[in-house]
Design a binder for this molecule. Sequence first.
Ligand code: HEM
Length: 163
Amino acid sequence: MRPGQIHESLNPLKWLIGTWKSVSAKGAYPTISPFTYCEEISFESIGQPMLNYTSKSWHPEKGNPMHLESGYLRIFPGSKISFMVAHNFGLTTLEEGTVQGNTVQLKSKQISRMTHAKEPAVTEVQRDYKLNENGQLEMVMCMATSKTPMTEHLRVIYEKFVQ
Ligand code: HEM
């Protein structure tokens, strides 16, 4: 392991590398009540041509863990990226897209879920990351389920606290 080393193929994604903490994290969906949460995400380079990803979220008042994710973000020639993510509620998503300047746009290509995972099933995911003019990372996640068409679920602003 060589933390901090950055493979040259990752140059287009350099702005995403680091540990980010939410300063605003909002969730909503037509089937649930709107909510807020706290989240810490990390895109870490250990010298390989990919970023190692983790996300931990927790309840803003009670502090109990909520949604957890971990995975790998790989980059291919032509700024094409693939993001493979395992979610703690029994889902894996393979999301693909591109990095263009200070934006990353991803759409699910495959989703699998544990047989007894909670309903409704997620059928599609889209997430967009953008480095804004204040150096904050913005993320919007939309999803479709077996009951609801593509609708926004999460909107987060993060600030970097570890390079
Ligand atoms: C890609 C990531 C995520 C996916 C695919 C996902 C998926 C879902 C789905 C399918 C539902 C049920 C919606 C329905 O009943 O119609 C849901 C509900 C919910 N999600 Fe997410 N979610 C994600 C991330 C998060 C995050 C980061 C949080 C915040 C900590 C969160 C918090 C909630 C809450 C509080 C509910 C309502 C309670 C519940 O039904 O369990 N989700 N999510």
